[in-house]
Design a protein around this ligand. Structure first.
Ligand code: GTP
Ligand code: MG
Length: 608
């Protein structure tokens, strides 16, 4: 028994601009088929006859699964668009492709990202109108309690024709697990056309509004069909019309109105009621909304209602199939941007080490090491050197090392902390270019561009960082070692002895040779002593010279060790700079390409 306008029973596509008003998917991501399996384990009741579904679960029917991967594919597409949209500048991802992909996502909407296989039909309305009675009739079992005390239904109940993959959807709709019922076996018994249907029996509208005011919004954003169940006594209830139907005027394509309990009316009364209701709906701008007349008690009008549900389910399937095909085509347009997935996106072998070596060359590590060695030797000479030898060398100007002032060498060493400049900067640039060339050779556009940019992204910071790395590795000051001081004291002693010996010889010459005084002790006047004193002087000079040269050998060996340590420390720090400022940004970009390839595999429906 129907009294209807030629109305659209469901939305033509799954796209819904309203979806934006609902919650984001981020908080409730679909967990795919695994979640469905979890539901079965949790014991989703089965509708067929007395035996409700056990944890043995529902058999998987290939024909029942319409687009099982579509939610995952759409979610992956959303992530792909994020990756691509920050790489659209220059020769990056084509703006038209990105626009098309974004449009497709908007068309698919949040609804499809939760489940592409399911059609959501909600029975809503005032208390006592017969929602649960109709729900039980359609489900073929008394799942939802029907009663005389009002209100009866406190929580939403769901009956699902094909439970697989409905988990995220039902979670999102806040349907508790114990109120989820599966109709798998009914599908085998001629209800195939309802495959994927999720029929919801909602609490009465007041309860819905007070307890879960967000639910109505969610349903409107998600439902393929909202069936408002009215009864003959309250069909004109101002509250229902004002609070629910009027605001839904813009969504009349997902609305249908059922006048239930028609068995309580005569045909003439039914006609009056329907005419009245039609006028009300027209006045509320709900011209397209279909009106069905049913009786849950006698079953009248239920076939028409079921047909409405079948239409909604097939429209949903068609919409999902269309979106699925569109995702295929977007995926194939995105394919060229992934390049050859067999070619790994990675830093080439040895690339990091070569870069570190190039940076070390640019920073002049070897030269700085040599300078440090010289500085140590120069400083040591002050202590362990043989002053007589310095004097001789100074007089003959044969010591080039002494000509370089120690302070100057140290100042030069300190200046390396400012970092490389001029030609050295160019060397850094060349090293970066060489590395980038190697990395990007196998990469497709725009990744070759973006990876090259990533390699150079922190190039400005490199000279300063190299300078600091060198500065950190340099010893704090040119400190004298303890044993140098001891040797210095010994050399002083020898020098003193030489001076005393010279004075002694002078005294013997003055008093012994020239007889300049009388009563001079024999020690200062005995000429025969001259040879002995001279021999002693020579011995002292040789001893001083030997001490100096033996100690300088030690100093050189120690300076070599120190320089090697310093050079190694400096190379380590320079390698860290190369890693942090070049390799890490490059690897991050390459990881994004990997992510892009993985997401694209999902979008294309290929196994990851
Ligand atoms: N005569 C007749 N009685 C009906 C029909 N549908 C439901 N009823 C009765 O109306 C009463 C309320 O039915 P329910 O199905 O519990 O109504 P409801 O809309 O689910 O109510 P709430 O859960 O409180 O929101 C029950 O006593 C049903 O037996 C019908 O088509 N004809
Ligand atoms: Mg109820």
């Amino acid at each position: 028994m129907t009294a209807s306008q030629p109305a659209r029973t469901s939305r033509a596509t799954g796209a819904s601009p309203r979806n934006g008003s609902s919650q984001g998917t981020g908080s409730r991501r679909p967990a795919g088929t695994r979640q469905a399996a979890g539901e079965r384990a949790a014991g989703v009741p089965e509708a067929a006859g007395p035996s409700r579904a056990s944890s043995a679960g529902l058999p998987h029917r290939p024909g029942l699964v319409l687009a099982p991967q579509l939610p995952a594919r759409l979610n992956a597409l959303a992530r792909l668009i994020q990756i691509a949209s920050v790489r659209s500048a220059g020769g990056g991802f084509g703006p038209k492709l990105l626009r098309d992909a974004t449009d497709l996502l908007a068309r698919a909407g949040e609804r499809l990202r939760l489940s592409a296989e399911h059609t959501v039909v909600a029975l809503a309305g005032g208390t006592g109108s017969g929602k649960s009675s109709l729900f039980n009739r359609l489900a073929g079992a008394d799942f939802s309690t029907v009663g005389v005390t009002r209100p009866v239904t406190k929580d939403a109940h769901a009956c699902v024709w094909g439970i697989r993959g409905s988990g995220p959807l039902l979670e999102w709709l806040s349907v508790q697990r114990r109120y989820r019922y599966a109709r798998a076996s009914a599908l085998d018994r001629g209800e195939k056309s309802l495959a994927g249907l999720v029929l919801l029996d909602l609490p009465d509208h007041d309860t819905v509004m007070t307890r879960a005011s967000g639910l109505v919004d969610r349903l409107v954003g998600l439902a393929d069909l909202m069936v408002w169940v009215l009864d003959p006594q309250k069909y004109a209830d101002a509250a229902v019309h004002r609070r629910f139907l009027v605001p839904l005027a813009g969504h009349s394509d997902v609305l249908a109105v059922v006048l239930n309990q028609s068995d309580l009316l005569t045909p003439a009364q039914i006609e009056d009621c329907v005419g009245d209701l039609r006028r009300l709906l027209d006045a509320e701008n709900l011209h397209d909304v279909q009106i069905l007349v049913t009786s849950a008690a006698t079953g009248a009008g239920l076939d028409e209602l079921r047909r409405l549900l079948v239409d909604a389910a097939s429209a949903r399937r068609a919409a999902s199939a269309r979106i699925s095909a569109d995702v295929d085509s977007i995926a194939s347009r995105l394919e060229p941007y992934a390049g050859d997935p067999a070619v790994a996106a990675a830093i080439p072998d040895g690339g990091t080490e070569e870069l570190a070596q190039a940076f070390a060359r640019a920073a002049g590590v070897t030269a700085v090491g040599d300078a440090l060695r010289s500085a140590r030797e120069l400083r040591a000479v002050d202590y362990v050197g043989w002053p007589v030898a310095w004097l001789a060398e100074r007089l003959t100007s044969r010591d080039p090392v002494r000509k370089v002032r120690l302070g100057q060498v140290w100042a030069e060493l300190r200046s390396v902390t400012a970092g490389p400049s001029g030609a050295q900067q160019a060397e850094i640039d060349n090293a970066l270019t060489e590395l980038a060339d190697e990395i990007v050779r196998p990469l497709p556009e725009p990744w070759s561009q973006t990876t090259r940019a990533a390699v150079r992204s922190r190039a400005q910071e490199i000279p300063g960082a190299l300078g600091s790395a060198m500065g950190e590795a340099l010893p704090n000051e040119n400190k004298a070692v303890r044993w140098w001081r001891l040797v210095g004291a010994w050399q002083g002693l020898l020098l003193g002895a030489v001076i005393v010996g010279l004075a002694w010889m002078a005294a013997i010459v003055v008093f012994g040779v020239f007889h300049a005084g009388s009563n001079v002790p024999a020690l200062f006047s005995e000429v025969s002593l001259l040879a002995w004193v001279a021999a002693m002087l020579v011995a002292l000079l040789v001893l001083g010279w030997l001490t100096a040269s033996a100690c300088m050998n030690q100093v050189r060996a120690a300076a070599d060790r120190e320089t090697a340590q310093f050079t190694e420390a400096m190379r380590g720090k320079i390698a860290a700079v190369a890693r942090d400022l070049v390799i890490v940004p490059a690897e991050q970009e390459l990881a994004e390409l990997d992510r892009f390839r993985d997401e694209l595999r999902v979008v294309s429906g290929r196994p990851v």
